[in-house]
Design a binder for this molecule. Sequence first.
Ligand code: ARG
Length: 493
Amino acid sequence: MEQDVVRRGRLTGERSGEMMHFLSSMGADRCIADADILVDIAHVLMLSRQKIIGKEQAGRLLETLLELYENGIPEAAFDDRFEDIHAGIETLLIATIGEDAGGRLHIGRSRNDEVATCIRLRVRDDLVRQLSILIRMREVLLDLAGEHIESVMPGFTHLQHAQPTTLAHHLLAHEAAFARDYQRLSGALSRVDWCPLGSAAFASTSYPVQREFVAGLLGFQGVLENTMDAVSSRDFALEVLSCLSIMMTHASRVCEELVVWSSGFARFVELDDAFCSTSSIMPQKKNPDTAEVMRAKAASVLGSATASFAIVKGLPLSYNRDLQELNPHLWRGIRDAKHSTRLLIDMLSSATFNTAVMAGEAGKGFSTATDVADMLVQSHGFAFRTAHTLVGKAIQKGALDIPALDQAAEEMGIQPPSKMGIRDEEIAAALDVRACIERRRAPGSPSPFAVRISLSSRRTALHEDLRSLEERMAHYAESVRRLISDAKKEVGK
Ligand code: ARG
């Protein structure tokens, strides 16, 4: 078995298996192994173009790298005796094509700029995937909202019946939050998408490297200019994990509602069996386990973010090996967020909303009392606070009708509503749940009128986001395609 080519000069002595495992980043490096091959290919193309290495050596390197790209990296390169996948691949290359060619791969670079580039490449792909999931999430929420413009339900504050709304309005609230997550993550992507290569350990290199050229080959927007910043900074990872934590917080709140709404108390929603579990003892049980696990995954993603912040915050510039320990948190956070949101889409689209139960609950708990107060203000000249007190006192007596209001007015020492010409029908109209929703027509409100307007502008925003995401994805795919075809051309394929 080959020795790690990076260690063999300066260091001697045997290391225990435990020691090697402790130091190696191999586990997490599986996430960046494919990116590493692309980074190697781009680097070799640049070395060759700049005549830093000869055509012949470049050709041999590229042939082997293309072979790894096409057929996969052999398991041997992932052995723990290599500190990381970069050392694993370089060792493998040298063993395959000899040191004269293989030993030139690492000219003018360090694992520090190499790993930072690999992480950014992989995160770029992950973000694009997460953005597509968010597009689909928003689409599902908008479609569901479109089906439930007229589905009346109670809205809650403090989990108490507050005011009536519609299911569409409620779902649009979640869509708005996910749309902001989309914006945040796409902002994060625009800061991930910069290339550290050419920075080497931190002080760049004396070879005439062409940083812009490599960045272009890998489809980056450009180079991260300061070479010390390029290898030391991980704020892009912290930003991604922060954005994902916020997104997962939103997912978790949806889950919490699905748990509450599917309970025997509410029965607002019936989740598809696939997303539920039963009890090993109570045969009747149908538990919303997927939503519960997802709620907890939000905590795990936040944990990944917290651990990553803690790793970075105490580090002096430039590279420190602590940074290696951030990567597993990053990959885990990204993976948990992806799985959760993907499943949430299916959980939502397969759920059955019990609109009759919701409608039956909508008017409970004097949920339209605000409208009675507003009627007193709008039609009878009350100050809002006086009307609010009057209605509150009537409700305290257990009713919202003329006798209760009169009694309340007497206690307050004001003219009784019956003497002011306030009629039962006016109160009934104010209390009517549907009428109450219809009256709320300002932008973003629950009335079907306002919801239709919202739906249409949300759909326009969604299509715009989808269009620019597709453009970005096409650019990334095209840059990989071009990189590989350039490499093939170089070796005469
Ligand atoms: N495995 C390392 C990481 O993930 C690669 C960089 C190693 N650099 C070093 N100076 N030891 O960060």
